[in-house]
Design a binder for this molecule. Structure first.
Ligand SMILES: [Zn+2]
Length: 278
């Protein structure tokens, strides 16, 4: 596949200092009828094409935001049509491209109230994973009580704390080419490194956040999700799953109603290991 050939080895262990995978472009590809992968090799970002404009889910890092804009253009979209930027959580690798994108597009920036506060605590503490920090203001907080409708695309955000106090997961419903409704979902943050005792204690966060993460995953497992989208491609074997696509527009290999439950179960397992000190 031409678009897969551009990245070297999808299974390699990501060593940030050695490989700098956030600098590695991935040719954009479709993952659902109206959703496209526009992230880079390390961190994901998704473009949702609705009849009411584009929505960008996560922004990658400030330093390499040009890769994201280039991916959007390669798909034939104009980044200036982005109306909303949905942020999954307040860690730099997902949020910190937001300032230049928002200034370029005039899109509204969405985040949870919890992480709008938490990100400022992280920043004050110098937490930035080595990336440049680019300050920004959030325009809207999510309302979890009802879905948002953007043309034929429905978006339901859900507060799923654990990875951060205000991590948000997203559920999409959209029609395919034949009018059949398909569901897609992205858990906003499943990395366990921020859920160990030391990390939680550092920011005065309750250890019960781990159980909250597990409880939410158990609840979300019951939902029928046709297409599971990982926030980091490596977390959900994204590039492996799309390998057999006919071309970059062929999202059919992504459809697997079992994937979502398997994915959440594996993440529950990692957090349980933290609980038991494995
Ligand atoms: Zn994170």
């Amino acid at each position: 596949m031409a678009y897969l050939a551009q990245t070297s080895n999808f299974n390699e262990t990501l060593d940030k200092s050695a490989n700098r995978p956030w600098e590695m472009a991935v040719e954009p590809f479709r993952v659902a009828p109206r959703i496209y992968y526009v992230g880079q090799k390390w961190v994901g970002a998704y473009l949702i094409d609705t009849e009411e404009g584009l929505i960008l889910l996560d922004t990658t890092v400030f330093e390499n935001v040009y890769l994201l804009l280039e991916s959007i253009r390669k798909l034939g979209f104009d980044p200036r049509d982005i109306k909303h930027i949905f942020l999954s959580h307040g860690h730099v690798d997902h949020e910190n491209g937001v300032r230049p994108i928002a200034e370029y597009t005039h899109a509204k920036i969405w985040m949870s109230k919890e992480d709008d506060e938490f990100r400022k605590i992280l920043r004050a503490d110098g937490h930035g994973e080595g990336f440049k920090y680019c300050p920004y203001d959030v325009d809207c907080y999510y309302d979890y009580s009802k879905p948002m409708q953007f043309g034929s695309v429905t978006v339901q955000p859900r507060l799923t704390p654990g990875h951060t106090p205000g991590t948000v997961s997203f559920f999409f419903t959209m029609p395919d080419e034949n009018g059949k409704l398909l569901t897609a979902a992205m858990h906003g943050g499943v990395g366990t490194i921020s859920m160990d005792d030391a990390s939680l204690d550092k920011y005065n966060l309750p250890h019960s956040l781990r159980q909250r993460f597990i409880d939410d995953c158990e609840e979300m497992k019951k939902m029928h999700i046709d297409i599971a989208l990982p926030s980091h491609p490596a977390h959900g074997n994204l590039f492996e799953r799309i390998k057999n696509a006919q071309d970059a527009m062929d999202y059919t290999p992504m459809i697997n109603p079992d994937e979502w439950g398997i994915f959440l179960d594996s993440r529950i397992g990692f957090v349980r290991d933290l609980e038991t000190g494995k």
